[in-house]
Design a protein around this ligand. Structure first.
Ligand code: ASP
Length: 441
C-alpha cells in the first residue's frame, strides 16, 4: 500500500500546522510520499509566502530594495524551524539563495523557493528524504510536463529513498531552469507523483473536510459529500460549486487512483473520495439519491412562440440559435413546447444589447411573438444514484411545490445524473435550502 499526500499552504502555515502534518503522516505507514506547498496564511489578514515571493520579484525587477519583504519570508521559515526544533539552518539557505539572485533571475525560480524551503524543513521534521522537484519533474520547452522522463526519475528516486518529501508547484526545463505550474499547482505535482508511483490513493490535505453538498453561505454547516464521481464533480463545479479543478487531478483520474480530500485540522473526518465510478456501491434505499446541489443566479429566458409550427420548428430553432451565436451568447438550456421553445442564457451576456437582440427576433417572419424573462436562477441537483430510478423528479418537484416555489424551467441530461431547474432569483436560496433539507440531510 502506498499513499501520496499533498498538503496545501494553510496546512503548513506555522509550526503547529507542521506538527499536525507530522502526526497525520506518522499515523499511517503507507504515507510514504509527501508533497508540500509553501506556507500559507495563518489568519485572514496574513500573507502567503508565495505572494511575498512574487512581491520580491517585482522589487528586483524595478531595482527596489526588498529587505523588508525578505525578512518577512525569512522570519516565517526560521520560526517554523526553531519551534519544530529543527537543525536545518534555513535562514542561511534563504540568504545564500538570495545573494545569488539578480535582475536576470526568473520569476519562476524566485516564487518556487517557498515550496523548496518548506519541503526542506518538512523532510527533516518527518525524517524523510528531501527530494527536490527540480530532480524529477521535467517540463518540455512547450511548458508541458515530460511524463516519461519525470516518471522514470521519480521512480528511480523512490527506489533509493522510499520515504520522500518533495516540493509542489515547480519542475525544470531540459536546461535545468525552473518552471512553475499555474497558482495552486502543487495539487498537480501531488497528482503526478501519485500517478507515476501507482499510489493506492492520492490524499489531498487542505483546510476543509472535503467537498460540501451545498454552498455553506446558503445552508449552514452542510454535510460533506462522502463519495463523488468525476462526472458529478463536473456538473457541480460547472454550476458554481468551488471544488478541486478536474484538470488538476487528470493524471490520477487516468489511472483510476482515488483522490481523497481531507482536512488537516480534522484528520478523523474521512473527507471526500473522488473516483470515476463506485461499482461496489450498494444502492442505499431511497432518500439519499442526491450527491450535491449547486446553483447560479442571473439567467434570462427568451421565449419564442409560433402556432402550428410543426416541422418548421427545427429551421426556426436553427435561425434563432444562429442569432445567439452571432451575439456570442452562451446557451445554457433550450426547453421546448409544442408551439414554442425557450432559450436560457446568462443575463450578463446580453447586458447592453438586449433590446437589439429582441428587435432582431421580432423581425423574424416565422415568429408570432417572443418575450424576455430576466432574474432566473438555475439549480443543479446532482446525483449518480438518481440515474434510472423512478420517482426522483416527482419528489423534487413536490418538495418545491409544497413550499410554493414556482419552477420556471426543467432539464434532465440523458445520463440522468443531473436535474436542472430554473426558479426566480428571489426563490433561489429558499429553493436550495428546501432541496437540501428534503433530500440531502
Ligand atoms: N504556493 C503556490 C501558490 O500559492 C502553489 C500551491 O500552493 O499550490 O499558488
Amino acid at each position: 500500500m502506498l499513499k501520496v499526500l499533498k498538503f496545501g499552504g494553510s496546512s503548513l502555515s506555522d509550526s503547529s500546522q507542521f506538527a499536525k502534518v507530522k502526526e497525520i503522516v506518522e499515523y499511517d505507514r503507507a504515507r510514504e510520499v509527501v508533497v508540500v506547498s509553501a506556507p500559507g496564511k495563518r489568519k485572514s489578514d496574513d500573507n502567503k509566502i508565495t505572494d511575498l515571493l512574487y512581491l520580491i520579484h517585482a522589487h528586483i525587477r524595478y531595482g527596489v530594495a526588498y529587505d523588508t519583504v525578505l525578512t518577512m519570508v525569512r522570519d516565517r521559515f526560521t520560526e517554523i524551524q526553531k519551534e519544530c526544533g529543527l537543525s536545518t539552518d534555513i535562514a542561511k539557505v534563504i540568504d545564500e539563495t538570495f545573494t545569488k539572485v539578480d535582475k536576470n533571475t526568473s520569476v519562476d525560480f524566485i516564487v518556487s523557493r517557498g515550496e523548496c524551503f518548506s519541503a526542506m524543513l518538512m523532510a527533516e521534521y518527518l525524517g524523510y528524504e528531501f527530494v527536490d522537484a527540480a530532480d524529477w519533474l521535467r517540463f518540455g520547452y512547450d511548458g508541458r510536463v515530460d511524463a516519461e522522463a519525470s516518471e522514470a526519475k521519480l521512480k528511480e528516486l523512490k527506489g533509493i529513498y522510499r520515504h520522500i518529501v518533495t516540493p509542489g508547484f515547480y519542475g525544470t526545463f531540459p536546461n535545468g531552469e525552473v518552471h512553475v505550474f499555474p497558482r495552486g499547482g502543487s495539487d498537480i505535482t501531488g497528482a503526478l507523483a501519485a500517478a507515476y508511483l501507482d499510489a493506492d490513493v492520492y490524499e489531498n490535505w487542505t483546510d476543509v473536510s472535503g467537498i460540501l453538498m451545498v454552498d455553506p453561505r446558503i445552508v449552514k454547516d452542510p454535510k460533506t459529500i462522502a463519495r463523488v464521481t468525476y462526472d458529478e464533480l463536473r456538473e457541480l463545479s460547472y454550476m458554481g460549486a468551488s471544488v478541486l479543478h478536474e484538470d488538476t487531478v487528470f493524471p490520477v483520474r487516468r489511472k483510476d487512483i482515488p483522490v481523497n480530500i481531507r482536512n488537516t485540522n480534522d484528520p478523523e473526518d474521512p473527507g471526500t473520495i473522488i473516483r470515476e465510478n463506485f461499482e461496489d456501491e450498494l444502492e442505499e434505499e431511497n432518500e439519499r439519491f442526491i450527491t450535491g446541489i449547486a446553483g447560479k443566479r442571473n439567467f434570462s429566458i427568451i421565449n419564442v412562440y409560433k402556432s402550428r409550427i410543426g416541422e418548421a420548428k427545427i429551421g426556426l430553432l436553427r435561425q434563432v440559435l444562429e442569432l445567439f451565436d452571432r451575439y456570442g451568447i452562451p446557451v445554457e438550456q433550450i426547453p421546448s413546447g409544442v408551439d414554442s421553445f425557450s432559450v436560457v442564457f446568462p443575463s450578463e451576456s446580453i447586458k447592453t444589447r438586449k433590446h437589439e437582440l429582441m428587435h432582431e427576433l421580432e423581425e423574424f417572419e416565422e415568429i408570432d411573438s417572443c418575450d424576455l424573462t430576466e432574474g432566473i436562477s438555475l439549480i443543479a441537483i446532482v446525483g449518480r444514484q438518481m440515474a434510472y430510478r423512478t420517482g426522483i423528479s416527482g419528489k423534487i418537484f413536490k418538495a418545491l411545490g409544497d413550499n410554493r416555489i414556482n419552477i420556471r424551467t426543467i432539464e434532465q441530461g440523458a445520463d440522468e445524473i443531473n436535474i436542472m431547474i430554473g426558479v426566480y432569483n428571489e426563490d433561489f436560496e429558499r429553493a436550495v435550502r428546501v432541496l437540501y433539507e428534503s433530500f440531502a440531510k
